[in-house]
Design a protein. Structure first.
Length: 456
């Protein structure tokens, strides 16, 4: 399908070359602009599918600032085309969440690949947003009352059922302490004034919401902590159910939760397929890593919820590779420093995509840490020791073992023995010693075997 492309380039010769390549690739160059300010305005009037943006431009703002405004205001993907490869420029460019980065001089193939990858990623992100909207719609239509509070127990969200059940209004309740808005008592008439008091109650018993009218409404309840990618507290989600007439059975709730988990699993599976369709040499890599780390988590006694969470993270731990040109991912020769830095950026890109999704597990955090090393030599943040989550340490070991034991574009499989020797030799230095011991035990004592090709 022909795409409308806006070219933002202050060098006339380069701009004409870009225009010619775009036309030869079957697209339409809707305009050539040399200033960032004009580019922002033109996006609103020309409605392009994508923008090719030079970083150094005429005018008061450069391409990086212009690209950031364009994406935030118009949701149009931007690809940078520049001669700048210094660390400061690359860091600034990457922080603006670009959809591609092409180094001058470029070829028509470079333009073609960058456009295809940017549009593919943009479509995926739009799909993720649509699914988030659908989940919000489900939350708003679910038969249970849902109240979300910050770490200071002030209300940030109430669904319509919660409004109906309590007789309160979301907009007038926002920012208020929950105990001043939602009055809850035990069967003995004791008033619960903070979240901790819920934890001391028997969840097999029920409580009462005292409605605005003064009527007591018997409820079942569930309290769940909300945490950020570092495990810090973001607050609490409280779910209440009217059990006056048992309107919704336990089976119905389980069915709804199962549906949400299946939907989330389907999204993750789609992400996995999208990434691996761009990199045939590592087909099945994410699923094999997911299966290995899943079994490691079981072997280490993780809770059922954490086991499921780390498996889901394994399924999409290389999601960021969607923004890396396929030619680089499948290159049989040694990567150049620029190419290697682009490959390394897949961790940050994957995290940026996933961090906005409210998974029931710390998926984004695990993905962010799977290339960190115990001695701080990993990337992207150089974390050390216990600063890396337990899940992240397991994922790092599983990723290395699967990668070494499988065929890569630049070498044949090294075999499982060399992979296990590698993690054993660097146990406690690069890799968490408990994770290493668990992985080796899995293969040696439990006779675990990596899937030959595909675990689906």
């Amino acid at each position: 399908m022909k795409k409308n492309i806006l070219i933002v380039e202050d060098d006339h010769v380069t701009a004409l070359l870009m225009k010619r390549f775009c036309i030869e690739l079957g697209n339409t160059a809707v305009d050539i602009i040399s200033k960032g300010e004009e580019a922002i305005n033109s996006v609103n009037t020309l409605d392009p599918h994508i923008v090719l943006m030079d970083i150094t431009l005429e005018g008061e703002i450069d391409g990086i600032e212009a690209a950031d405004r364009i994406y935030r205001q118009s949701n149009v993907p931007v690809i940078f085309i520049t001669t700048s490869t210094d660390d400061e420029t690359v860091t600034r460019a990457m922080s603006s969440n670009p959809f591609g980065y092409i180094i001058k001089p470029f070829t028509k193939k470079d333009i073609k690949t960058a456009i295809e990858m940017a549009l593919l990623r943009h479509d995926l992100e739009n799909t993720i947003r649509e699914n988030e909207y659908q989940m919000t719609t489900i939350l708003n239509s679910i038969g249970d009352a849902v109240v979300v509070v910050n770490h200071d127990e002030t209300i940030t969200y109430m669904n319509p059922v919660a409004e109906l059940m309590t007789g309160q209004n979301l907009h007038t309740s926002l920012g208020s302490h929950f105990s001043g808005i939602i009055h809850i008592e035990t069967t003995a008439g004791k008033r619960l004034k903070n979240i901790n008091s819920f934890a001391r109650e028997d969840e097999n018993s029920h409580l009462y919401i005292i409605q605005k009218s003064g009527n007591p409404l018997p409820i079942d309840y569930k309290i769940s902590a909300r945490r950020d990618d570092k495990g810090g507290s973001l607050g609490t989600v409280m779910v209440f159910r009217d059990i006056t007439e048992r309107v919704f059975s336990d089976d119905k709730l389980k069915e709804t939760l199962a549906y949400l988990r299946r939907a989330m699993g389907g999204i993750i599976e789609a992400m996995d397929r999208t990434v691996e369709s761009r990199d045939p040499y590592t087909a099945g890599h994410q699923r094999r890593v997911a299966d290995l780390v899943h079994n490691m988590a079981i072997h280490m006694g993780f809770s059922a919820d954490k086991i499921e969470g780390i498996r889901m993270a394994g399924m999409i731990h290389d999601l960021g590779k969607i923004s890396i040109p396929a030619e680089i991912l499948s290159k049989p020769a040694r990567l150049t420093p620029i190419e290697f830095n682009l490959v390394k950026s897949h961790v940050q890109i994957g995290y940026d995509i996933l961090k906005t999704i409210d998974f029931p597990w710390p998926v984004a955090a695990i993905v962010y840490e799977h290339h960190e090393r115990m001695d701080g030599s990993g990337y992207p943040r150089g974390l050390t020791g216990d600063n890396i989550s337990r899940e992240g340490r397991l994922m790092a070991v599983a990723d290395v073992v699967e990668a070494m034991a499988s065929h890569r574009p630049y070498r044949a499989s090294l075999g499982i023995e060399k992979a296990l020797n590698e993690i054993r030799n660097w146990s406690g230095t690069l890799y968490d010693s408990d994770a290493v011991e668990c992985c080796i035990s899995l293969f040696r004592d439990k006779n675990y075997v990596l899937a030959e090709k595909d675990t689906r």
